[in-house]
Design a binder for this molecule. Structure first.
Ligand code: F3S
Length: 539
């Protein structure tokens, strides 16, 4: 990236063919992915198009991503770009709050995504999956997207919001949530308060949800025993000035938590089933891995979910081909310089994980489902900012570890119990771009058949691929990119001798060049850091 000192002045090249008033809205709205690919093919890694009156600059490729993700908030403003979320989260909540309030609100949510509570979630998820499939019988057909949407709203709400939402408000809550979800319509991005039915339902749902939240806060206040979920944490937490969150803010933050934990995971989960069904040779590898790990009835635990390398590569490949967020956007608050170009304040700038993740120079044969591209030898994601389904930089999705845990726990049960096949032709399963969060199009039918595995129950095997260097004699150094650290504290759980994270999520490195005996622990800390902030440098 060009530094600001050199002050480049080239204007960003523009896409031809914009119509008066609406600009490139029709072509973009029809298929945003194809449109962004054609923009890159015509103009290269930077190019401008127009959505109504808004000027949008698309950056693609790892360098464009890096410029976007590393820019400070004062330069690329996230809040302005996500006004679409204000009616859903509420006024004064997250993207609508001033920066110092937004930072405090996001910090209030971090404790539920830290290493310690995460250890309790696998049991809840496994229970929900078993419940969801208990009436499936020996075989049948299911719309796998609808199934995953329902399952992941149960897992997320149960883990994060607690029993009242999961059991007492079940049906009404699901309906309200659905109406809020639909409110994330592409039109609402430009006109957040357009008087159309879908946005009216969104507003009604927000009001009703706050009534429900207020009722639960009042009920909980009567109880002596305290819950230990995210909801309770938000009731108990305080701003730096000592004031509590209002019911309005709690409602908004709970919705935000669920959107992060549910919305995107359902689509990814459905795509995993579809891609494995389309690629039976890889499905066999995954099944073998699960059978070796668990046998028929081995217990799914946090520990067992940590290292499932074959399946982890499947998740990564699904997220490469089908990232749920196909473009991320910020408003340029101060001129941004990228290589020879100036992007003027007032424009919007966006990146597309989906476009960059299909660049052949980064990911050869990019249309092919090939999880082995992420193995130790190939490491096709090694170029920084090339694989970014969870975003990057300081705003990288803080729910990414929770999403991975959910996917691994769900499939540790599902794939051991059932075999899945496509009902329709493989090519008929495609991404649907009508919503801002992209998922496979409906109907999304698959056929399931009960598996009969002959293996007897095996004890859990502990895979420990990184524990090979304990006898190494080389020195090593620990480095943390503090721009990326979000205070998850997995590092402290793995290597407390090296990392310390306080209650506010502030990380201190206790030893930068630890004793070699700590190398394996340090490597695990790096491996399990959800934001990949830790680098271990060996001589
Ligand atoms: Fe930070 Fe990663 Fe540790 S986010 S606190 S370096 S686990």
């Amino acid at each position: 990236m060009t530094t600001q000192q050199s002050r480049p002045t080239k204007t960003v090249p523009k896409m031809p063919g914009g119509l008066p008033l609406i600009g490139h809205m029709i072509a973009f709205g029809k298929n945003p992915f194809d449109y962004m690919v054609s923009l890159r093919a015509k103009l290269g890694e930077i190019g401008e198009f127009r959505m109504f009156h808004q000027k949008m600059v698309l950056l693609t490729g790892p360098e464009g991503n890096e410029a976007f993700f590393r820019a400070p908030d004062a330069q690329l403003d996230q809040n302005e770009a996500y006004k679409v979320m204000t009616p859903i989260f509420g006024k004064g909540v997250v993207f609508d709050a001033p920066p110092h309030i937004k930072d405090q609100q996001l910090k209030m949510l971090m404790p539920v995504l830290r290493d310690k509570p995460m250890r309790t979630y696998s049991k809840v998820i496994v229970h929900e999956v078993e419940e969801a499939i208990k009436d499936w019988g020996d075989s049948g057909e299911v719309d796998i997207l609808e199934f995953m949407k329902q399952l992941t709203i149960y897992t997320s709400s149960h883990c994060l919001l607690g029993d009242e939402f999961r059991y007492e408000l079940n049906e009404e809550f699901a309906k309200l949530y659905h109406d809020l979800e639909n409110g994330m319509h592409p039109l609402a991005f430009i006109f957040p308060n357009l008087p159309i039915p879908i946005l009216r339902r969104r507003d009604k749902a927000r009001v009703r949800l706050q009534e429900l939240v207020t009722g639960i806060i009042e009920k909980r206040a009567q109880k002596t025993a305290k819950s230990d979920d995210a909801f309770q944490m938000l009731i108990d937490t305080r701003y730096e000035d000592g004031s509590p969150l209002s019911a309005h803010e709690i409602t908004g933050l709970l919705i935000g938590t669920l959107f992060a934990g549910h919305h995107t995971t359902a689509g990814t989960a459905a795509w995993i089933t579809l891609e494995l069904a389309r690629n039976p040779e890889y499905k066999e590898k995954v099944l073998q891995e699960f059978d070796d790990l668990y046998g028929r009835d081995g217990e799914v635990t946090f520990q067992s979910l940590r290292e499932i390398p074959v399946f982890e590569r499947v998740i990564k490949e699904v997220l490469r081909l089908h990232p749920p967020l196909i473009f991320l956007i910020r408003k340029v608050a101060q001129d941004l310089y990228f290589k020879d170009y100036i992007i003027k304040a007032g424009k919007y700038v966006c990146v597309s994980p989906r476009v960059t993740q299909r660049i052949p120079e980064l990911f050869p044969n990019p249309e092919k489902f090939d999880p082995e591209r992420f193995n130790e030898e190939r490491q096709e994601d090694a170029t920084p900012f090339s694989w970014t389904p969870f975003g990057g930089g300081r705003h990288k999705c803080s729910g990414n570890a929770f999403a991975m845990l959910q996917l691994k726990a769900i499939y540790s049960i599902l794939l051991r119990r059932y075999n899945f096949e496509l009902v329709n032709t493989p090519e008929s399963y495609q991404d649907d771009y009508k919503q801002m969060v992209v998922q496979p199009g409906s109907p999304c039918l698959v056929r399931y058949t009960k598996r009969s595995i002959s293996k007897s129950t095996e004890s859990l095997k502990t895979t420990n691929t990184s524990a090979t260097n304990s006898a190494a004699t080389n020195c090593f150094k620990v480095e943390v990119d503090m721009d990326l650290c979000q205070g998850h504290a997995n590092c402290m759980a793995e290597a407390p001798e090296i990392f310390k994270v306080d209650d506010q999520g502030k990380l201190t490195i206790l030893q930068e060049t630890p004793n070699n005996e700590l190398l394996v622990k340090a490597q695990k800390a790096a491996r399990y850091c959800p934001t990949s902030a830790i680098k271990i440098k060996q001589d």
